[in-house]
Design a binder for this molecule. Structure first.
Ligand code: VTB
Ligand code: MG
Ligand code: MG
Length: 322
């Protein structure tokens, strides 16, 4: 993949973030999502790629835009595309933390076509790469992370979605003596944050969306961290869907990073919609100026760039909801 695509994908997530950020706190998550999706698609179609959406807004009959299988781009190298135009619709609706616009692009056929269902996940940063295992106990994983980071277990901070389904994991983290940072939503940001020491979280546990797992895996591959996932189909129909979409032997086996994103021809971008530990959200600075903060990364080189952009809103009428 041409490395100049990294700047192109920053434009894509910036557009989605700008379009959805105006909805902050308005209690309208669908509108925020729709704004992000339509802006993302508009810019994506200007990029010189022949892209196929493998992680998107849903099946063709349920999502009008960026549906799974949709072909996007203005023509070029064949690539797989994973998007979440607004990761954290509830977050934006409430004006809370860590909503992102995200995209990953990888060589065609290398990203897992994960259906929209739950996935159990574990994620850590580069120092603990290869030391955790979804099949091991929460306690053993916490011990392994503590050792890898040269911390006492009481200094390790785990993060997970604040949901009743995580009660047992929470009990075990507490019994082991580690700290917890609960998040109301947004486990892509949480997984990425484990790869940055300054964000204050060392390991992510718990069950979130499978599409979000693959997006996080693309970022974590660029960042040198580690993630594993296990799909949680609810019924036989979902199981059948997994088999059809993903072409893997056992639906409920542990998926390693390499199973979710093969090789290292992958690039990832995220723009902050609302403020988070890693990225500031969109700031509207008066009539004609908005500021965005974006992180873009490329697995092949390991280069990480933070891009601060000033946007002249009057020159981007199609992208900004008024
Ligand atoms: C998950 C998580 C996302 O929504 O999909 C979650 O991966 C939905 O979980 O990051 P519930 O069904 O428990 O609400 C997010 O938090 C935001 O899209
Ligand atoms: Mg979405
Ligand atoms: Mg999401």
């Amino acid at each position: 993949m041409d490395r100049s695509l990294t700047l192109e994908i920053a434009r894509v997530t910036e557009a989605a973030a700008l379009a959805s950020a105006r909805w902050m706190g308005r209690g309208k998550k669908e509108a925020a999502d729709q704004g992000a999706t339509s802006a993302m698609r508009t810019v994506l179609n200007t990029i010189p790629i022949s892209g196929k959406i493998v992680i998107g807004e849903g099946e063709m009959d349920e999502a009008p835009m960026l549906y799974i299988g949709e072909e996007v781009g203005s023509g070029g190298a064949p690539v797989d595309i994973a998007v979440d135009p607004l990761e954290g619709t509830n977050i934006v609706a409430k004006g809370s933390w860590n909503a992102l616009a995200v995209i990953a692009i990888a060589d065609a056929g290398t990203m897992l076509n994960a259906p929209d269902m739950y996935m159990d996940k574990i994620a850590v940063g580069p120092k603990a790469k290869g030391k955790v295992d979804l099949a091991a106990s929460v306690t053993d994983n916490l011990k392994a992370v503590a050792k890898a980071l040269d911390k006492d277990i009481s200094e390790v901070t785990a993060t997970l979605l604040d949901r009743p389904r995580h009660d047992l994991i929470v009990d075990e983290i507490r019994a082991a003596g580690a700290r917890i940072k609960f998040i109301p939503d947004g486990d892509v940001a949480a997984a990425i944050n484990t790869c940055f020491e300054g964000t204050g979280v060392d390991i992510m546990f718990g069950i979130g969306g499978a599409p979000e797992g693959v997006l996080a895996a693309a970022a974590i591959k660029c960042l040198g961290g580690d993630i594993q996932g296990r799909l949680i189909p609810d019924n036989e129909e979902q199981r059948e869907r997994c088999r059809k979409m993903m072409n893997i032997d056992c639906v409920e086996r542990i998926l390693k990073l390499e199973d979710m994103v093969k090789g290292d021809d992958v690039i990832f971008a995220a723009t902050g919609v609302t403020d988070g530990e890693l990225l500031k959200g969109v700031r509207f600075m008066g009539k004609d100026l908005a500021k965005t903060e974006t992180v873009v990364m490329r697995a092949q080189s390991g280069t990480l760039r933070f891009i601060n952009a000033d946007h002249k809103l009057s020159k981007k009428p199609n992208l900004v909801m008024v």
